[in-house]
Structures are given as C-alpha cells and as structure tokens.
Design a protein. Structure first.
Length: 171
C-alpha cells in the first residue's frame, strides 16, 4: 500500500517535471525563474551599513494576460516579480507587475508595485510604491536556460534604491 502511494507521487512529480521542461523549450520566458546575487544601494545612508547586500528574486509569467509585442521579432508578456535584498536587519521586498520583452536571448523588463520596507537602521518600516527596470541575457540557452540579469530598483524610500545583479535559472 505504501509503495503504491510513493509510486503515484513519483509519477505525478515526473509528469510535472516533463511539463515544466516542455514549457521551457518554447520560445520566450515561460513559467518561473529564480535568481540570486548582489544588490548595491545608491545612497550613502544604506552604504554606511555595507556596500554589498544579498539579493534573491523570482519571476512568474502570467500566461492569462496577453501583451502586444512592440516590434516584429520580439515576444512580450506580463509577469509578477518579487525580490528581496538585505543587509543585516534591513531589507526591502519589492513586488511588481512587469511588462517584459524578449528578443534574441535578451530580456527587458519594467514594473511597478508595492514594496515592503523593513529598514529600522535607515528609514524605518513602511509600505509604498516602487518601480524597477531590468535587462537580462540567457548565457546558457537550452531546456533550462541560465541567465544573468541587472535590475535597478526605485524604492519607495530613496535610501533603498539601487542596482541588483543576479545569476538565475528559468524553468
């Protein structure tokens, strides 16, 4: 009985993995991407805590919303982006609705949404509206592309604005 449940679970995981890999082989970003790297704040208040902050992020492609490609030969889509950058006890969590354009391995994005600031040493805690722009490139294209990405965050608290550079995987 127990081995039957394990076999069913393994089958579901295998089929789900195949679907994820097949989706990643389509042109353009699909599904989920995750990234990790470093964030460099642009203000002296934040750099007083340290120049290098740790950063994580993920993006999810919204397949249900269609987006018009601005130029022939490009692909466009809407997505949700969530990032987290931190140094000690100070951090910011920007979440954004993004518009993304993909062409020849490059991915350009721009987004807006709330950010959740927890920076008692700099600005205190708050929720505000932030913007972001980014550019990425698939350095290892294939079934599971590996990419590099740079994003600039315009945080609701200017002291937490800055540049993030990441290495990631697109599923």
């Amino acid at each position: 009985m127990r081995s039957s449940k394990i076999a069913k679970l393994a089958s579901v995981v295998l089929v789900g993995s195949c679907i994820g890999i097949a989706g990643a082989q389509t042109s353009g970003a699909s599904g989920l991407s995750v990234r990790a790297g470093w964030f460099w704040p642009s203000s002296t208040e934040a750099t007083d805590l340290g120049n290098n902050w740790f950063g994580l992020g993920l993006d999810y492609k919204l397949n249900t919303l269609s987006a018009k490609a601005p130029v022939v030969g490009t692909q466009a889509y809407f997505g949700i982006s969530a990032d987290y950058y931190s140094r000690g006890g100070d951090n910011d969590l920007p979440v954004a609705l993004t518009y993304n354009i993909k062409q020849s391995g490059f991915l350009f994005s721009a987004g807006i949404g709330p950010d959740f600031v927890n920076a008692g040493d700099i600005t205190g805690n708050s929720v505000g509206i932030s913007e972001q722009v980014g550019v990425g490139y698939d350095i290892l294209p294939g079934p599971v592309p590996v990419f590099i990405q740079a994003k600039y965050y315009f945080a609701s608290k200017p002291e937490l604005s800055g540049l993030g550079v990441y290495l990631g995987v697109r599923f």
